[in-house]
Design a protein around this ligand. Structure first.
Ligand SMILES: *[C@@H]1O[C@H](CO)[C@@H](O)[C@H](O)[C@H]1NC(C)=O
Ligand SMILES: *[C@@H]1O[C@H](CO)[C@@H](O)[C@H](O)[C@H]1NC(C)=O
Ligand SMILES: *[C@@H]1O[C@H](CO)[C@@H](O)[C@H](O)[C@H]1NC(C)=O
Length: 245
């Protein structure tokens, strides 16, 4: 009897572990918490992350004004204030980077405080482009294309142009504005949403789908094989146990 229970616990825990392991970590970086968790204080922005957040309520106050002129030492409006709808997307990116408990899955191995190749839903990239197409910017890559006169303080190096001229479309916007942070992902089941209307963070489920099948490679295959082996030996053991009676 104990043996069957042990068999069951072993196989279930092995199967679950081999499928997906949630990370309880935040991306390292300025103003990021070490581990995600609920926040008590009132959020000024990024409300959708309040239940499980990598940023503090205090940090979100810096994002609560509109138009947002400056966050830390970085100006958002070097070519004029962003339109309200475009600003919402800039804010969504900021919230994802600062507050999302899922950003850690794409930690950039060369720059641990940055994310690398986060697959953003094509639909979100297209909507983001639509929201910003008439806004102006002087930087293609907003991480690097500036003249920094002191850490974080950005000045234009190039003339201001419209987002349409610089990025052409949603794919160009997602894959250029933040360097190698984002990818334009057409598979609607395996992509990260930048905005959602209410309720639970849909990206928790997306991360499970993305990493259940693609991460780990060989080691996932091995773990699954090991789980199968335990299940088969359990079945054999249990059936031979019952043959005694
Ligand atoms: C941008 O908005 C700020 C704050 O409302 C305002 O002071 C500033 O004049 C605006 N800048 C432009 C170029 O419209
Ligand atoms: C960067 O800004 C400084 C100070 O305003 C200026 O002297 C310098 O020429 C600028 N460099 C470029 C590449 O625009
Ligand atoms: C936060 O959690 C509460 C309680 O579980 C839930 O009712 C609410 O919808 C959640 N809010 C968000 C934004 O996910």
């Amino acid at each position: 009897m104990y043996f069957t229970q042990l068999c069951f616990i072993l196989s279930v825990s092995t199967v679950v572990k081999s499928a997906f392991e949630r990370k309880n970590e935040c991306l390292p970086g300025n103003n990021h918490k070490r581990t995600p968790g609920p926040e008590e204080g009132t959020f000024g922005a990024c409300h959708e992350y309040k239940n499980n957040s990598c940023c503090t309520a205090a940090f979100t106050q810096t994002l609560s004004a509109s138009p947002i002129v400056k966050v830390e030492d970085t100006y958002w409006n070097r070519c004029g204030n962003l339109s309200r709808s475009c600003e919402q997307y800039k804010l969504s990116v900021e919230c994802f980077y600062r507050c999302s408990p899922n950003a850690i899955y794409w930690k950039n191995p060369d720059h641990p405080s940055a994310a690398l190749h986060v697959p953003v839903c094509a639909e979100d990239c297209d909507a983001w482009f639509e929201a910003c197409k008439d806004d102006m910017t002087c930087a293609t890559n907003w991480l690097t294309d500036w003249n920094f006169t002191k850490p974080g303080e950005n000045h234009c190096k190039m003339p201001c142009k419209s987002f349409t001229e610089i990025y052409k479309d949603g794919k160009g916007l997602c894959e250029k504005m933040w360097g190698s942070t984002f990818l334009y992902e057409g598979n609607a089941d395996k992509c990260i949403k930048l905005q959602w209307s209410a309720g639970d963070n849909p990206n928790n489920a997306a991360v499970e789908k993305i990493f259940a099948s693609t991460s780990g490679g060989w080691s996932t295959v091995m773990k699954t094989a090991f789980a199968d082996l335990i299940l088969i030996s359990c079945a054999v053991a249990i059936s031979s146990f019952f043959k005694f009676f």
